[in-house]
Design a protein around this ligand. Structure first.
Ligand code: SAH
Length: 442
């Protein structure tokens, strides 16, 4: 089924857009890192965490991660632009316009496969700088059948990032103009994209109206809080974050074993037959993917999750990134990104009872080839000048090369089980182009 690839055979959207790639280096931890650092502010969050632990005891890693990333005052994502050349890491949509365009094509294809009826409502969870959303909107604007039928729904917890997203997507707003004060509506902000499509912002998926929708989550699930468990002679024990009390001369915080039963251990019940001696479980990811699947089952639509991750075989993947390098997750909390690989096998297990069909996880390189990235690259190169030509090729190489982002990053698709033999675009087993081509592109 190659509708998605055919959509790129037309010669629309041929002008290449410039993306800043020169400052990016690859880091083995999964993130693409940029070479400039964030400010090293006085650490308010550390003081807050110390008070919390003094008042009520050690925190679960999930509580710690949630505070570090999304504490309203000093959480990592809450008051700065963390992406791109001036941030801590770079994501696929920031690397090449082709990424967001192909995700947009995925949505259009889902709409076509659903009979080209009604509206195309796209939800993006964790839109970062809004670059993927902006690229998708541009793609949607080129389909005359979709005129006045597209709306975009963004789930974003960070006031700073929602301002950056609104500025990018509308093309005219200043990011400071985004005020999170709409009352009486489920969304906290709304504007129109450059192409006239209505765009809405929500704090949580729970606020997004239930309807037939395409759900996109790129590098969102890896930011959700995980619980960590260690196998000991006494069985599984939860790992907690405590005050170091001089146990570690450099760090104010340290990991400890809970000793007794915790709510996390009772509720999440790690499998005693699991061969690993250390596991990470992200119940919030389970709840969200179940909610998305229930929506798709009841109202239709599809889900596309892209992230770095594994299929239930990795152990300790919790890590931090700062100044384009690995960073101790317990040092200077709130000033560095902390993240854990997505366990795709857990997501698949969690949606099984809902009665939806999962597809993949498929490696990013294969997914993008199936989606027609080669065709798109050729079209863009035809209109590129020498500098753009180089950027396009290096962006393509970063996205698909198995040694870069092509294998480590994966896509999981979820569709309703009323389409029994349906394979969404990108997940087909299409033979890949000759690998030697990829290696020649640099
Ligand atoms: N999808 C983007 C950015 C990924 S980074 C890209 O590919 O470039 C994670 C994004 O999720 C950020 O926008 C962050 O602010 C947002 N986020 C993190 N935790 C969230 C939560 N609990 N609810 C909503 N958004 C969240």
């Amino acid at each position: 089924m190659a509708t998605a690839r055919l959509l790129f055979h037309s010669s629309y959207l041929c002008r290449p857009l410039t993306r800043q790639l020169d400052k990016c280096i690859f880091n083995h931890g999964g993130r693409y890192m940029s070479s400039l650092s964030v400010d090293n502010k006085e650490n308010h969050l550390l003081r807050h965490l110390e008070s919390r632990i003094k008042a009520s005891g050690p925190l679960t890693v999930a509580e710690y991660m949630k505070e570090v990333l999304t504490n309203p005052v000093s959480g990592y994502y809450m008051n700065r632009d963390v992406f791109g050349a001036k941030g801590d890491f770079i994501t696929s949509p920031e690397i090449s316009q082709m990424f967001g365009e192909l995700i947009g094509i995925w949505c259009v294809n889902e709409w076509i496969q659903g009979g080209s009826e009604g509206e195309l409502q796209v939800v993006e969870l964790g839109p970062g700088r809004g670059t993927l959303a902006d690229d998708m909107c541009r793609v949607f604007s080129r389909f005359s059948q979709l005129k006045s039928k597209v709306s975009l729904h963004l789930v974003e917890v960070s006031p700073t990032l929602s301002g950056i997203q609104a500025a990018k997507i509308s093309g005219e707003k200043n990011q400071d103009e985004v005020k999170l004060e709409l009352s009486g509506t489920p969304h906290y902000y709304t504007t129109k994209s450059k192409y006239g499509q209505p765009v809405f912002w929500y704090q949580s998926l729970l606020d997004v109206p239930k309807a037939k929708m395409c759900y996109i989550a790129h590098e969102f699930f890896d930011a959700l809080p995980i619980h960590k468990f260690q196998k000991t002679e006494k069985g599984w024990q939860e790992i907690l974050v405590d005050l170091a009390h001089g146990r570690n001369a450099d760090n104010k915080l340290c990991f400890v074993l809970a000793g007794g039963k915790t709510a996390g251990l009772s509720f999440l019940q790690p499998d005693s037959n699991d061969k690993r001696d250390h596991i990470e479980v992200c119940p919030e990811a389970g709840v969200i993917v179940q909610d998305l699947s229930l929506r798709v089952k009841e109202y239709g639509g599809g889900i596309l999750i892209g992230d770095y991750g594994h299929d239930g075989d990795k152990t300790d993947t919790f890590r931090g990134f700062k100044n384009h390098e690995l960073h101790d997750v317990l040092v200077e909390p709130g000033t560095a990104d902390i993240t854990a690989d997505v366990d795709f096998s857990y997501l698949k297990r969690m949606v099984q009872p809902v009665g939806v069909i999962t597809h993949g996880p498929k490696e990013q390189g294969k997914f993008l080839h199936n989606m027609g990235i080669g065709i798109r690259l050729q079209a863009l190169l035809q209109n590129a000048n020498a500098g753009e030509w180089k950027d396009m090729l290096s962006g393509y190489d970063m996205l698909v090369n198995p040694k870069k982002m092509g294998e480590r990053f994966k896509f999981l698709g979820i569709t309703s089980d009323d389409k029994k033999n349906y394979t969404p675009a990108g997940f087909e087993n299409i033979p890949e182009p000759d690998n030697s081509d990829k290696n020649n592109v640099s």
